[in-house]
Design a protein around this ligand. Structure first.
Ligand code: ATP
Length: 231
């Protein structure tokens, strides 16, 4: 287990949002956090990276409890979050966005990122703000790779993108998975989730209410219906 979240409780002010969430990811595994809007998925990711500090519970990364460490230290240990609104620098070029995220000891260099995202290489001299939504998402993922993460967390990476771009990003995420990356994915698009994931968790009102392998989940129409209101 590279990352184990153990019974965390997180608050915004007095609102008790996460009420004992436990999830984990193994090396090279992709897990999803599913659930309706407001269930606590993003808050779980923020609690893992230390942007929100859990009041109770543990986040054990490679054997150490990282709760209470500043976010930059958790990031430099190798846990990164690609946030929902992408966070790229619009006035810098694609290549500048990538190189400024680079770490000297990173296994990921520009060439490796361009191999996965050939569009970024084509557009390397363009400003971040000139990219399409899909290209911006690719750049955000590419920037995260340059920091040499061991666990990569993606918050709704294909939201609002055209189906053809969604397919492209799914194929790219499969390539990243094939490198052995551990991934936690929050995504509303169930087809994307079931194409990529080994396991799924469903979060409801700040608690994990369901956990299953991808095969179990695919066969379980009841779970999709009960917890997600789809099917
Ligand atoms: P969504 O898909 O809508 O983002 P989610 O499952 O990711 O759903 P969270 O963003 O984790 O849900 O939000 C969980 C709860 O916390 C919601 O009730 C939300 O309104 C509340 N919340 C989120 N961010 C804040 C904040 N900064 N301050 C106060 N409450 C917040």
């Amino acid at each position: 287990m590279i990352l184990k979240v153990d019974e965390i409780h997180s608050y915004y002010g007095k609102s008790h949002i996460l009420q004992g969430v436990s999830v984990s990811v193994s090396e090279g595994e992709v897990v999803t956090l599913l659930g309706r809007n407001g269930a606590g998925k993003t808050t779980t990711l923020k609690s893992i990276v230390g942007v929100v500090r859990p009041h109770q519970g543990k986040v054990v990364f490679q054997g150490d409890n990282v709760v209470g460490l500043p976010a930059y230290q958790i990031a430099s240990r190798g846990v990164c979050l690609v946030p929902e609104h992408r966070g790229i620098f619009k006035l810098l070029t694609v290549e500048e966005n990538l190189t400024m995220a680079a770490r000297r000891d990173s296994a990921w260099g520009l060439k490796d990122v361009y191999k996965i995202f050939p569009r970024l290489q084509e557009r390397r001299k363009n400003g971040g703000g000139q990219l399409s939504g899909g290209e911006q998402q690719m750049l955000a993922i590419g920037r995260a790779l340059m920091t040499h993460p061991k666990v990569m967390m993606l918050d709704e990476p294909v939201e609002g993108l055209a189906p053809v771009i969604v397919d492209e990003i799914v194929a790219q995420l499969k390539l990243i998975k094939a490198t052995g990356m551990s991934i936690i994915l929050v995504e509303q698009n169930l087809e994307v989730c079931t194409q990529l994931a080994d396991r799924h968790y469903i979060i409801e009102q700040g608690r994990v209410v369901y956990a299953a392998s991808n095969a179990e989940f695919l066969a379980d129409d009841g779970a999709k219906d009960r917890y997600l209101g789809v099917n």
